[in-house]
Write a new protein. Structure first.
Length: 64
C-alpha cells in the first residue's frame, strides 16, 4: 500500500524530480548542441504529436 506523504514531503519529492529532469534536459541539450529551451520545445512537440495520435486511434476504435 502506498504511503501517504505530507505536503512538505510531496514538495521535496517534486523538487528532486524537477532537478533530475532539468539535469537530464541539460545533458540532452548539450549532446544535441542545442539550448535547453530548443530541446524542451522539440520534446514537448513530439509528446503532443504522440498524444494526438493515441487519441485519434482511441476515437477510431470507439467508432467501429
Amino acid at each position: 500500500m502506498d504511503k501517504i506523504l505530507g505536503e512538505g514531503e510531496y514538495e521535496y519529492v517534486a523538487i528532486r524530480a524537477w532537478k533530475k529532469t532539468r539535469d537530464a534536459l541539460k545533458l540532452l541539450a548539450s549532446l544535441r548542441k542545442q539550448s535547453m529551451f530548443e530541446c524542451l520545445d522539440e520534446l514537448v512537440e513530439k509528446e503532443l504529436q504522440e498524444a494526438m495520435a493515441r487519441e485519434a486511434k482511441q476515437y477510431t476504435e470507439k467508432e467501429q
